[in-house]
Ligand binder design. Structure first.
Ligand SMILES: Cc1cc2nc3c(=O)[nH]c(=O)nc-3n(C[C@H](O)[C@H](O)[C@H](O)COP(=O)(O)OP(=O)(O)OC[C@H]3O[C@@H](n4cnc5c(N)ncnc54)[C@H](O)[C@@H]3O)c2cc1C
Length: 393
C-alpha cells in the first residue's frame, strides 16, 4: 500500500472542506483534501443558494452569518471567479396573526442585534415582490440578504486552494484513522495511507462515521430537504422569498401542526428564489429519513399547497425537475467546530444544517486561524463538540 504524508488532512470536499483548504493555503499551510466521490457531490451540490441573515437567530448564529456575509462581498474577486453573488435582499411572507406575533419578536431581537430588517405592510411588500398574494397580512424585508451559486463557490474555493499549493484528491475514501496514545497519526484510505498529525472532519452528514473511526459520538443527523425546479422564466421572484412557516419549520416544526399536520410531519416551509438562468428553485422540507435522498410526491404536493398560498401564480409554472439534499442537522442548529477533548490532532468542522453555504467563508477562516495560531477563539469554544455530549442521536 502507498504511504504518503501530509501536514493536514481534510476529510470532505464540500463547501466547508474546500473553504478550509483555501484559507489554510492562503496562510501558507498546504493541506491535503480527501473526497470519497467528487468535489461538491454531497449536500453542497444539492441545496439552495441563500446567504441568508434574516433566518438566523440573534446571538452567535447571526454574528457568524454577518461576518461570513461580509467576506462574500469580495470573495469572487479574491478567488478570481464569478460566483453569481448578489446582495439581492430577502423577504419573509407572513400569513396569519400567530405567525406575525412570532416574526415581530424575531425581527425586534434581530434589529437589536444590529441586523438591517423591517416589518412591512403587505402593500409595501407587494411593491417589491409583485407575485405575493394579497391575502397575506405582512412581511419582513432585509436588504442585506444575498445569494451565491453553491457549486461555483465550492469549486472556486477548491481551485484557489489548489493554485496556492493544496492537494485535492477525488475518489479517495477515508476508511479508518490511526490513533496512538490519544494522538492522531494518519488515515487509511482506499488509495493508501496518509501519515499526518492533524485531521479535519468536514464530512457533513457523514461526519458521525468519521467520528466512529476514532471512537467518538458526533450527534449530526441527515435532515432531508426536497426542492422543485421550474422552466426558465422572466424575472418573477425578486431576491429571496421565504414564508414565515419556513422559519417556524426550521426552529420549531411543532408550531406548524395547528395549520397543516401533513406539512408539519414533512417540515414544509417556502424558500424560493430565481437563478441567473431564470429557473425558479422552490422548496422545501425538513425530514428525518436517514440517508434517503429520494424525492416524494407527498412532499411536492405539500410544498405546492403551501407555495401557492404565498405566490398564487406558481399554479401556472411548469416544473422540470426535483432533487433532495441532506442537511447536516445538530440539535441546537449550530455547527460543531474545533478540537475534541482527549483526542489530539482531530478537529471538527461539520453540522452546518441549512446554513453551510452562508457560513462557509467564516468557518474556513476560523478553522484555519485556529490551526495557524493555536488560539481557541470564544466562537470555537462555544461550538466545540463537548457542548453536545449528552445528545443521543
Ligand atoms: C435542500 C437544501 C437547501 C439548502 N439551502 C441552503 C441555503 O440556501 N443556504 C445555505 O447556507 N445552506 C443551505 N443548505 C445547507 C448547505 O447545503 C449545507 O450546510 C452545506 O452544503 C454542508 O456542506 P459540507 O461541506 O459540510 O457537506 P457536504 O457538501 O456534504 O460535503 C461533505 C463531503 O464529505 C465527503 N465524505 C464523506 N465521507 C467521506 C470519507 N469517508 N472520505 C472522504 N470523503 C468523505 C462526501 O462525499 C461529501 O462530498 C441547504 C441544504 C439543503 C439540503
Amino acid at each position: 500500500m502507498v504511504t504518503k504524508s501530509a501536514d493536514v488532512i481534510i476529510i470532505g470536499g464540500g463547501v466547508i472542506g474546500t473553504s478550509i483548504a483555501y484559507y489554510l493555503a492562503k496562510q501558507g499551510i498546504k493541506a491535503t483534501l480527501l473526497e470519497s466521490k467528487d468535489i461538491c457531490s454531497g449536500t453542497s451540490g444539492a441545496c439552495d443558494k441563500a446567504i441568508s441573515l434574516q433566518s438566523k437567530n440573534p446571538g452567535l448564529h447571526l454574528e457568524l452569518a454577518l461576518q461570513s456575509a461580509a467576506i462574500y462581498h469580495t470573495l469572487g474577486e479574491e478567488l478570481s471567479c464569478e460566483l453569481e453573488y448578489k446582495q439581492c435582499g430577502g423577504m419573509i411572507a407572513i400569513e396569519n396573526e400567530s405567525q406575525l406575533t412570532i416574526m415581530e419578536d424575531f425581527v425586534r431581537r434581530q434589529k437589536k442585534f444590529g441586523l438591517t430588517v423591517d416589518l412591512v405592510s403587505i402593500e409595501e411588500a407587494r411593491k417589491r415582490q409583485p407575485a405575493l398574494s394579497p391575502n397575506l397580512i405582512a412581511a419582513t424585508y432585509s436588504s442585506v440578504d444575498a445569494e451565491v451559486s453553491p457549486l461555483k463557490a465550492t469549486f472556486a474555493f477548491a481551485r484557489a486552494a489548489q493554485r496556492q499549493g493544496a492537494c485535492l484528491h477525488s475518489g479517495v475514501e477515508v476508511r479508518s484513522i490511526m490513533v496512538k496514545d490519544g494522538k492522531v497519526e494518519g488515515v487509511i484510505t482506499n488509495k493508501g495511507v496518509y501519515k499526518t498529525n492533524l485531521v479535519i472532519n468536514a464530512a457533513g452528514v457523514y461526519a458521525p462515521f468519521i467520528g466512529q473511526m476514532v471512537g467518538i459520538h458526533i450527534p449530526i443527523k441527515p435532515r432531508r430537504g426536497q426542492i422543485i425546479i421550474t422552466e426558465p422564466m422572466p424575472p418573477f421572484i425578486q431576491g429571496h422569498l421565504w414564508s414565515a412557516r419556513y422559519i417556524v419549520a426550521k426552529y420549531n416544526p411543532e408550531l406548524i401542526r395547528q395549520e397543516d399536520s401533513e406539512a408539519a410531519d414533512l417540515g414544509v416551509g417556502l424558500a424560493a428564489g430565481q437563478t441567473h438562468d431564470g429557473t425558479l428553485l422552490f422548496g422545501g422540507t425538513r425530514e428525518f429519513v436517514g440517508y434517503d435522498v429520494k424525492t416524494t410526491p407527498e412532499a411536492f404536493a405539500a410544498i405546492l399547497r403551501h407555495a401557492v398560498n404565498i405566490v398564487p401564480a406558481l399554479r401556472q409554472v411548469h416544473v422540470i425537475r426535483t432533487f433532495a439534499g441532506l442537511r447536516p442537522y445538530t440539535v441546537d442548529g449550530m455547527p460543531i467546530l474545533g478540537p475534541v477533548d482527549g483526542l489530539e490532532g482531530f478537529l471538527m468542522a461539520a453540522g452546518h444544517e441549512g446554513d453551510g453555504i452562508a457560513l462557509a467563508p467564516i468557518t474556513g477562516q476560523m478553522i484555519a486561524g485556529y490551526i495557524v495560531s493555536g488560539i481557541e477563539t470564544k466562537e470555537i469554544q462555544a461550538l466545540r463538540l463537548s457542548r453536545l455530549t449528552s445528545v443521543n442521536c
